[in-house]
Design a protein around this ligand. Structure first.
Ligand code: PLP
Length: 423
């Protein structure tokens, strides 16, 4: 990989925007903090200085490493969606959208949800369009959680959950999903739930493990939510990347729709992660809270992209079948490759991630292993300890993504086969 372009975008922190010369349409935004962690930040975000991503990204640039770390495709989204965006811009759909979404997109989301989950929702009062699922998460948490409320997370968890809960002043309780199958520890979950629980956050298919919550697990969570009068927030951005079992939305379980916010986005399903188009579906009384926060976070989401997203969500079933087929082929290349390198690869039934045990190679922890992998082998993976309240729990595991073209995946495997040695 060669850096063709470096633009300095900020001063206090040095932001690099870089583009590669290999024509693979591969772009990455990363930054190196000049303040070395001594800058000012509010207490609620103090512990979230993302030193590990900073280290990994700057090391990746320095060593020209193949990036199987960050979860974004290095190939482009479908032409029919891109053309729809261009057309929407040409048609003059360029001013602020209605705050909670343009009507046609709210309807497309409701139609898609009915097809996927069987639930009929009102696009006008139960669907809110947001700037990516990240904003749906923020609007849901900030709109529905009070300071001191207890919220349960399953570790490892997507990093924005904990940071946003901290911004809301929530009291985070974590339940760890352990290898080999990352199943829900029933007794522990029961013991963490109480009348003080305001909400539980679910992510299925699950980043980083690829676990998909089973019907039994979701039924247990539903029972506990109902018994304790708690809400369920469910992040389903990988719902179309379910390879072995069918995806289940907890909102579709008896008694759950009224207490669930279901969040999703366009990025993963349409290989358009840079568009940041997301949504939250919830009954009107919860949607009210989500919209109150959304109104003051971003107010509205990009208008032409919502027009294009409406076309995307109405794609024929064949689009989704092809997507799955392509990703399954990529997954096989990576999983077989990682096994042949000598990793223990945990089964992943959904998402475009796999988690491996790096301990056969003799490193102290995941961060040391990932640093070595970048510096000496030229491949980027993500240390999973950053996804736990207690980093010790993730120290044996690292995450690779297969959201890359097949040549890139094969090249990364070859590098590892050639250069990764047991210590
Ligand atoms: C589990 C999970 N939720 C949410 C997001 C963010 O989605 P978006 O890009 O739509 O904000 C990601 C992105 O990696 C993710 O992995």
């Amino acid at each position: 990989m060669h850096v063709a372009e470096v633009i300095i975008l900020g001063k206090k922190e040095l932001w690099f925007q870089m583009r590669t010369t290999d024509g693979m349409n591969w772009m990455e935004l990363t930054f190196v903090s000049l303040s070395n962690g001594s800058g000012q930040v509010a207490k609620r975000l103090e512990k979230f200085k993302t030193t590990i991503f900073t280290q990994m990204s700057s090391l990746a640039i320095k060593h020209g490493a193949i990036n199987l770390g960050q979860g974004f495709p290095n190939f482009d989204g479908p032409d029919f969606v891109k053309e729809a965006a261009i057309q929407a811009i040409r048609d003059g759909n360029n001013q602020y959208a209605r705050g909670y979404g343009i009507p046609t997109f709210n309807s497309a989301i409701a139609e898609r949800f009915k097809k996927d989950s069987g639930l009929v929702v009102d696009p006008e009062t139960e669907v809110t369009v947001t700037s990516g699922c990240t904003e749906a998460i923020a609007a849901t948490i900030l709109g529905l959680i009070n300071p001191g409320d207890e919220v349960i997370l399953f570790a490892p968890f997507y990093d924005s959950y904990e940071a946003t809960l901290s911004m809301a002043g929530a009291n985070v309780k974590s339940v760890t999903l352990c290898p080999p199958d990352f199943s829900v520890p029933v007794d522990e979950l029961k013991s963490v739930f109480s009348k003080k629980t305001r909400a539980i956050m679910i992510n299925t298919p699950h980043n980083p493990t690829g676990k998909m919550f089973t019907r039994e697990e979701l039924e247990l969570i539903a029972t506990l939510c109902i018994e304790n009068d708690a809400l369920a927030f469910t992040d389903e951005v990988y719902d179309k990347l379910a390879f072995e079992v069918d995806h289940i939305s907890i909102a579709s379980l008896p008694g759950m729709y009224d207490r669930t916010v279901t969040m999703n986005s366009l990025g993963k399903t349409f290989s358009l992660t840079g568009w940041k188009i997301g949504w939250a579906i919830a009954p009107a009384h919860l949607t009210w809270g989500v919209r109150q926060a959304h109104a003051f976070l971003t107010f509205a989401t990009s208008t032409p992209m919502q027009w294009a997203a409406s076309v995307a969500l109405r794609a024929p079933d064949t689009y989704y079948e092809e997507l799955k087929k392509d990703y399954l082929a990529k997954k096989l290349i990576l999983v077989d490759g990682l096994k042949s390198v000598g990793f223990f690869v945990y089964p992943s039934s959904g998402t475009y991630f796999v988690v491996v045990d790096h301990t056969p190679f003799g490193f102290e922890n995941d961060i040391e292993f990932c640093e070595y992998l970048i510096q000496e082998v030229g491949v980027v993976a993500i240390p999973t300890s950053v996804f736990y309240l207690n980093p010790e729990e993730g120290k044996n595991l690292v995450r690779f993504t297969f959201s890359k073209d097949e040549a890139t995946l094969r090249a990364a495997v070859e590098r590892m086969k050639l250069k990764l040695k047991r210590r």
